[in-house]
Design a protein around this ligand. Structure first.
Ligand code: ZN
Length: 150
């Protein structure tokens, strides 16, 4: 797998020095997601306050793409409104499904554009999306529980 060397560096940096990789003892919802095709595993929790994501913390094992992508995602999505985070998530998902035709909008995705090259490697897309899907799942569950409580 060949990625642009600058991008390679961003990914390796997040892999070696992951952001928010220490599970918070308090959270709104925690989920565990696995990507059996590669052996990646992520436990992730979110804290939702009103319409804001105030914290995302996680722990996991797996390939550099899965771990770096989760680190990048957590750094990017903490402190923003849920609607905004879901829009960013949608944007990143589209990038991953672009089969190498898109380079990603750095204004929206920041460091996550470093993963653009992954979209050319179908087997690795699930690695890159693992943490993002875990975030979507945990947040959706947290929201539906809040609604259920009224
Ligand atoms: Zn992987």
């Amino acid at each position: 797998m060949q990625l642009d060397s600058l991008y390679q560096e961003v990914i390796l940096d997040h892999y070696k020095n992951p952001m928010n990789k220490k599970l918070s003892p308090t959270y709104s919802k925690e989920v565990h997601h696995v990507n059996p095709s590669c052996g990646d595993e992520i436990t992730l929790n979110v804290t939702v306050e009103g319409d804001l994501i105030t914290n995302i913390s996680w722990d996991g094992v797996g390939c550099s793409i899965s771990q770096a992508s989760t680190s990048i995602m957590s750094d990017l999505l903490i402190g923003k409104k849920i609607d905004e985070d879901f829009a960013i998530l949608e944007n990143f998902t589209e990038l991953m499904q672009s089969k190498g035709t898109k380079s990603g909008d750095e204004e929206i995705l920041e460091d996550a554009v470093a993963l653009a090259g992954v979209s050319q490697f179908p087997a690795r897309i699930k690695c890159a999306l693992l943490g993002w899907m875990a975030f979507k799942d945990a947040t959706s569950q947290a929201l539906s529980e809040t609604e259920a409580k009224g």
